[in-house]
Design a protein around this ligand. Structure first.
Ligand SMILES: *[C@@H]1O[C@H](CO)[C@@H](O)[C@H](O)[C@H]1NC(C)=O
Ligand SMILES: *[C@@H]1O[C@H](CO)[C@@H](O)[C@H](O)[C@H]1NC(C)=O
Ligand SMILES: *[C@@H]1O[C@H](CO)[C@@H](O)[C@H](O)[C@H]1NC(C)=O
Ligand SMILES: *[C@@H]1O[C@H](CO)[C@@H](O)[C@H](O)[C@H]1NC(C)=O
Ligand SMILES: *[C@@H]1O[C@H](CO)[C@@H](O)[C@H](O)[C@H]1NC(C)=O
Ligand SMILES: *[C@@H]1O[C@H](CO)[C@@H](O)[C@H](O)[C@H]1NC(C)=O
Length: 580
């Protein structure tokens, strides 16, 4: 910018030009004296330090940090249209997914973007950068002092929680305008590793159990309820599924085989994970990690299973973002992914959520099915003023490009009977993403026909509504560190269950020469068959418990609802519908 102005001044001026020239110089000197205004990419990013973390020391200038630049992609509008076509069973392009190479051709940043960002980094002496196959992320190692001069406003500190420590910035960062327009957001400054706790609930258990009772949810109970026979297992060698974990949490292969022995029932299955991507430490196994692996593998039985384990290799990396980046750097990944991670929408910047949403479109374009847990706090609750509350949507559950899974419990907790709402089941309406076309008619019907609704001021009727589906989320058995643990609950349980069932359907599709399911929602919201899913129509989830007006969030209803979505799987019916 300044160079161009200097060139124009170097023309030899006529006398008449002089006064203009002096005026221009005056204006320029004023402009240049004020350093050019930085642009804040994520001014709305919450700087709240999550519970349990304490700030310790400011980093020394020479301490290493890793910055992740989400470079501006090209053709995001075309990507969105493409995803609409390849995911819509009524389109002639249904199932015509892209390879990662083809995806790169579509979305990779322009040469200008790559040049401007590289030049800027080199000027600051940043040289150690890694890219991904789609070229739209750049991960750079540098020093805290360099990072702070690249990103005016940023100030790196160390934060600790128990024996885990991370490096984050205590204030928002800016970028020079020229570079800011080439970048969506910079990772490694703000978002803390997510809190993820599965629930252990043993309250309200009735003791008057009669014949036919069961003592908790196991693979055989799930298979019975969802109508899976012993022969419903994967048989195609090219089928695969995965779960992703973002904490310092591991599963133990020994737990998995013990679980399968204790609870696996009579069907054929694998009890070994095929691939672990990332670190799989040797410490104690985590309950959450064990839950995911044990249940995706007992529903998607005999299907090759991968575990993505991303605790964040370096203190300044964001584990969830690392997983997203990894997907863009691996040309071959499993077809189904289940993830039990979520953050409050209001704690994340819109720039971050929009870009992650584009990453989900990339996954959809490749034919990946990505499922997220809907969360364990019902509609959620956020105080927005004295005595005034609103619901609190969760992201990525609220992304229109993922399938979100809610939770149910048996009407009688000890019998394989029909399912009702699990009151913890996350659900509601996004404040960021507008309602996608595929769900407009289903959601409008719910909004129109439901009598008992929370006041309008609590939620956003025009937002993406979730969950899309549900499965049992209460009273599971899990083996961890060789000990069977009862009463494990939460949508962390229902998500791998639904994922495993979709993997079985992929198996049947691949066997018939059909494409895998890919992004499920457009097909899901078109399902006509009444026997594809068990409609859940009873019960409400929680929200602002102390709120005098409320006490509860949304309630289940016939058809789609923002508590259990369309309901829970009836495998033979769902398979039949999704093979058409
Ligand atoms: C992507 O993969 C390549 C090849 O394996 C590797 O060199 C590079 O470091 C990876 N990128 C990131 C950001 O990890
Ligand atoms: C961190 O602490 C937890 C319990 O407080 C322990 O189980 C774990 O092994 C520790 N991890 C490391 C890396 O020291
Ligand atoms: C599924 O099982 C239920 C009972 O568990 C039964 O009523 C129903 O007919 C079965 N549906 C199909 C399609 O097999
Ligand atoms: C399990 O899957 C493999 C292919 O991955 C297949 O060869 C084998 O027959 C399957 N086992 C059963 C019991 O169907
Ligand atoms: C599995 O995939 C590979 C690579 O795409 C292909 O060559 C092979 O034929 C597939 N196997 C089957 C049984 O379809
Ligand atoms: C409601 O959602 C829309 C997107 O669908 C958004 O533009 C709007 O800002 C949201 N309203 C509130 C109050 O958050």
């Amino acid at each position: 910018m300044t160079e161009i102005q200097c060139n124009s001044l170097s023309r030899s001026p006529g006398a008449a030009d002089m006064s203009h020239r002096i005026l221009l110089l005056l204006v320029l000197s004023v402009l240049l004296a004020v350093p050019s205004r930085g642009v804040y990419l994520e001014p709305d990013q919450s700087l709240r330090i999550p519970k349990g973390w304490t700030r310790t020391a400011r980093l020394a200038g020479s301490d290493p940090v890793i910055l992740t630049f989400a470079l501006k992609q090209q053709n995001v509008d075309k990507l969105q249209e493409l995803v609409g076509r390849v995911s819509d069973p009524e389109s002639s392009h249904y199932g015509q997914f892209l390879s990662l190479d083809e995806l790169r051709t579509l979305v990779q940043p322009s040469d200008d973007t790559l040049r401007i960002v590289r030049t800027w980094l080199e000027k600051h002496g940043v040289q150690e950068c890694d890219s991904v196959l789609t070229r739209d992320f750049l991960e750079c190692r540098t020093q805290a002092s360099v990072a702070e001069s690249l990103l005016p406003g940023a100030q790196f500190h160390r934060y600790e929680k128990g024996n885990v420590s991370v490096v984050r910035s205590s204030s928002v960062y800016s970028l020079i305008p020229e570079v800011a327009s080439q970048i969506d957001f910079v990772g490694g400054l703000h978002r803390f590793p997510p809190e993820r706790k599965v629930l252990r609930r043993s309250e309200n258990r009735q003791s008057d159990v009669d014949a036919g009772f069961h003592l908790g949810v196991t693979p055989s109970i799930l298979r019975q309820r969802y109508n899976l026979s012993a022969s419903d297992v994967g048989t195609h060698p090219n089928n695969s599924q995965a779960c992703a974990q973002f904490l310092e949490q591991y599963f133990h292969p020994g737990d998995l085989s013990e679980f399968m022995q204790l609870f696996g029932g009579s069907f054929q299955h694998r009890s070994e994970v095929d691939q672990v991507i990332g670190e799989q430490g040797g410490g104690r196994a985590g309950l959450e990690a064990s839950l995911d692996v044990e249940y995706i593998m007992s529903m998607g039985a005999n299907i090759s299973t991968w575990v993505f384990s991303n605790p964040g290799r370096h203190e300044s990396q964001e584990p969830f973002l690392e997983w997203m980046i990894l997907l863009s750097n691996m040309s071959s990944v499993p077809w189904v992914h289940t993830i039990s991670y979520g953050d409050d929408e209001d704690s994340l910047s819109v720039a971050f959520m929009q870009r992650i949403n584009a990453e989900f479109m990339k996954a959809a374009a490749r034919g990946l099915t990505v499922l997220f847990a809907s969360g364990d706090e019902g509609a959620g609750c956020r105080a927005v003023g004295k005595g005034k509350d609103v619901f609190r949507p969760s992201f990525p559950a609220s992304s229109p490009y993922v399938t979100t899974v809610g939770g149910t419990s048996f009407k009688n907790p000890f019998q394989v009977v029909y399912e009702v709402t699990d009151y913890i089941s996350g659900g509601g309406f996004s404040n960021v993403f507008p309602m996608p076309d595929y769900q407009v008619s289903a959601v409008s019907k719910y909004l129109k026909s439901t009598v008992k609704m929370p006041p309008d001021s609590y939620y956003n009727r025009s937002g993406r509504a979730y969950p899309d589906v549900a499965a049992l989320s209460d009273n599971y058995w899990v083996v961890t560190d060789r000990v069977p643990i009862p009463w494990v609950s939460g949508t962390s349980a229902s998500t791998p269950v639904f994922g495993g069932i979709l993997s079985l359907i992929n198996d049947q599709r691949i066997k018939r020469g059909l494409s895998p399911l890919g992004f499920l929602n457009p097909a899901l919201y078109r399902l006509q068959a009444a026997d594809a899913l068990y409609d859940v129509t009873e019960g409400c989830h929680l929200s602002c418990i102390d709120d005098l007006v409320l006490g509860q969030g949304f309630c289940a209803a016939p058809g789609w609802d923002p508590v259990t979505g369309w309901g829970t799987p009836n495998y033979p019916g769902l398979l039949k519908s999704l093979l058409q």
